[in-house]
Write a protein that binds this ligand. Structure first.
Ligand SMILES: [Zn+2]
Length: 295
């Protein structure tokens, strides 16, 4: 303390003695920073007996709050108040409030320039996830052993991925689901009327309408399936049926003994399938004849 205090005083007096002369580039940088600055008050965290009390660094709390509420795209006092205390808790280290981190989070939200409360909430989550990501990056860098390193690495990975997903979510929300693409479209109807100009189609492409993602159906996929049911799974067999059969090879197609004279039990052809069918048909015809004549 004794050492640093005179040093600070010395630099201070030097500054008074000779003001710093910035280069044109430095001056331009300062102007650029000033232009980007969102004029909203900082948040102060004061420790009280009841806990940590948050207030705004502004001479008039009502107007200060209005500035910050505008930056957070909300008109709801309850939303603002709760979000601010949520940020306070997320930035705190135990019961110890960290003003710098809290104001960093608020600055992140301001920088995202939310358009509504949902964007503000997402921005707040992004700020929290970013802070934690950096915490775990530091833990990974300072890990003493393998267990610490693995744990920090896993968490850091999850947090970093979450942040990237949040950025994507914000992008998608802001584009409002309408990925507009403009096509210079010319179509001539039967009446000879042509439409020439910009045809804008809203909404994202559905996967099945997208020519790049069209699912190919091969001929074998369209062929008739086996009609058998699997005994094991009790589900229809998915194999294609053999040509001329209603079942697949596995379920009996081309099975059985040889037909006709080639069959070992063939003697005279009286009991071949054809002969039996012929006799059956004859019998049926005779029966019908008899029924007619008896009328
Ligand atoms: Zn089958």
């Amino acid at each position: 303390m004794n050492k640093t205090a005179p040093a600070i005083m010395a630099t201070h007096s030097q500054r008074i003695a000779k003001p710093y002369d910035p280069t044109p580039d430095e001056r331009a940088a300062r102007e650029a920073v000033r232009a980007r600055r969102v004029k909203a008050p900082r948040v102060k965290a004061a420790k009280t007996d009841a806990g940590v009390e948050l207030s705004l660094d502004h001479p008039d709390q009502v107007h200060g709050q209005s500035l910050l509420m505008r930056a957070m795209a909300t008109g709801e006092v309850d939303f603002f108040g709760e979000l601010l205390s949520q940020l306070g808790r997320a930035s705190a280290n135990g019961s110890h409030a960290r003003e710098q981190r809290l104001n960093f989070m608020v600055a992140v939200i301001k920088g995202i320039e939310p358009k509504d409360q949902l964007e503000t909430m997402l921005a707040a989550q992004m700020a929290a996830v970013h802070s934690l990501t950096m915490d775990f990056a530091s833990r990974l860098a300072n890990a003493d052993n393998l267990v610490q390193r693995d744990s920090a690495e896993r968490t850091l990975n999850k947090l970093a991925r979450t942040f990237a997903a949040q950025v994507e979510a914000l992008k998608r929300y802001r584009s409002n689901g309408e990925q507009k693409f403009t096509v210079e479209h010319i179509s001539v109807n039967e009446g000879g009327k042509a439409i020439v100009g910009n045809v804008t189609q809203g909404g994202p492409l559905k996967k099945r309408d997208d020519p790049m993602n069209k699912r190919r159906v091969y001929p074998y996929q369209k062929s008739p399936r086996c009609s058998a049911t699997s005994k094991r799974t009790r589900k229809p067999c998915k194999a294609p049926a053999v040509k001329g059969w209603t079942v697949c090879r596995f379920h009996g197609a081309r099975g059985g003994g040889p037909k006709g004279k080639r069959h070992g039990m063939y003697r005279h052809g009286l009991f071949t399938k054809e002969a039996v069918a012929e006799r059956r048909m004859l019998r049926e015809l005779l029966r019908q004849c008899r029924a007619r004549t008896s009328l």
